[in-house]
Each structure stands twice: as structure tokens, then as C-alpha cells.
Design a protein around this ligand. Sequence first.
Ligand SMILES: Nc1ncnc2c1ncn2[C@@H]1O[C@H](COP(=O)(O)OP(=O)(O)OP(=O)(O)O)[C@@H](O)[C@H]1O
Ligand SMILES: [Mg+2]
Length: 246
Amino acid sequence: MLLSAREVSRSFGSFVALANANLDVEEGEIVGLIGPNGAGKSTFFNCVAGDIPPSAGRIVFSGTDVTRASAATHARLGIGRTFQVPATFEEMSILDNVMVGAFLRHHQRGDARAAALDVIEFTGLKALTEAPAKSLGTPGRKRLEIARVLATEPKLLLLDEALAGLTPVEIQEAIALVRRIHARGVTIVIVEHIMEVILTLAERVLVFNQGATIASGRPRDVVNDPAVIEAYLGRRHARDRGAHAP
Ligand SMILES: Nc1ncnc2c1ncn2[C@@H]1O[C@H](COP(=O)(O)OP(=O)(O)OP(=O)(O)O)[C@@H](O)[C@H]1O
Ligand SMILES: [Mg+2]
């Protein structure tokens, strides 16, 4: 087992964002994590990547208990994550942004630069190597976010809506990139609202609603599960009526 997250909960004050979430991931898997807005998907990633500690539960990665470990420790052990809102250094070049990630494994500047250039080529950003991050459009930003994490050489990659905002053609290109990352031996957990992406990439899907797991299984079965449809439609009906989603 590469990752074992058991009964992971997280509250913000009295609000329970995540309630006893479970996820076991075997090495080599691509697992999809879906659920309506506010279901707790990003909060779960924040806990698994060490960006915030869970309020309760246990997270074991590669045999090491990382429940209370720092984000830096998580990264060093091989957990990488993209952020839903890209954490890019806007004034810096693509190369410098990716080098920030590469310094985790390469302490000599020249080595970090060479590793970053490899990742930049792999992610299709080569022509933009020296361009400032702020000059990128949406597809470039999404790629840079992935490149920055790949440069840390993760064993487990958590993608948080890394394909959101792309056109259908760009989505296909991004799906191909995720497949190439997977083919390099990286295990992937992918959060995505675009169902086509989940159905295409994931072998197994987990559904969150209001912080709890409401379904899991094969993608096709899960999207036809009445409880899952209810979770999505319930939310949409509430929005259509102008009510606040809980
Ligand atoms: N730092 C925080 N402080 C207070 N509440 C938070 C915090 N982070 C998340 N929440 C709340 O926790 C709930 C879950 O948020 P989260 O971002 O995990 O949802 P999500 O499933 O990723 O949603 P989306 O699909 O919109 O990205 C939301 O109601 C959110 O407002
Ligand atoms: Mg989110």
C-alpha cells in the first residue's frame, strides 16, 4: 500500500469539512476523487500533503506515519500536489519556477537547472522556458503547476482540478500528459469536475459529499449511483432556487 488515509477528519471551528474520509491507494493506481463544490476534496488533499493537519485520523505513506508531519517532509517522502489556485511565482520565469521544485532533490544549481529543463520539455513548455509565469494563459499555467510538482519527483501525485478551465482540445492534451506521468511510474489521485477526465483516466473513483465518502467503485458504476446523482442534483437544485449550498 502506497497511501493509507483512515478516518481522516478536519474541522474549521465548529464546521466539519471532512468527516472520517478513507482512501487506500496501491502503487501504480490512478484514483479519481469527485464530489460537489465544498465536498471536502481540497481539504482532504491539504491533509494528505501535509499543508494542514487533520483534526483526527491517520495517514500512512510508504509505511511512514505522516499524519502530523510538515509539508516539507511530505514532499521529501514523495507526495506532490498541485493547487487548485496555482502557487506560481508570477515575476519569475518558467525555468526558475520549476527549479524551485527541482531544488528538493538537487542541491547544486546546475543539477537543479538540468532536472527542471527535463521536466519543462516533458510537460510541453520548452518554448516558454525563459518567459515570465505571468505571461502564461490558462493551459500554460496548468502545465506549469504540474511541472513545478513533477520537479520534486513525487511517487504520489495529487492533482487538484489541474485540468479545469481548459478547452476540449487542451483537455485531451492534458489527459495525454497525465498518462505519460503515470507511465513513468507515478501513482495519481485526481480531483476533477470534468467527468470525461475521470471516466477516461481513473480505474477507481471515490465520491465525497459534505465531507464524507458516499460511494466508491468503478467510474461507470459510480456515476450511475443514485446517491451520487442525488448529491450533485441536490446541490444544483439548491443553487437554481437561489438558496445557499450548505
Ligand atoms: N481554511 C478554511 N477555513 C474555513 N473553512 C474552510 C477552509 N477550507 C475549506 N473550508 C470549507 O470546507 C468545505 C470544503 O472545502 P473544500 O475546498 O475542501 O471543498 P472542495 O470539495 O475542494 O470544493 P471545490 O470542488 O469547490 O473545490 C467548504 O465548505 C469550505 O468553505
Ligand atoms: Mg477544491
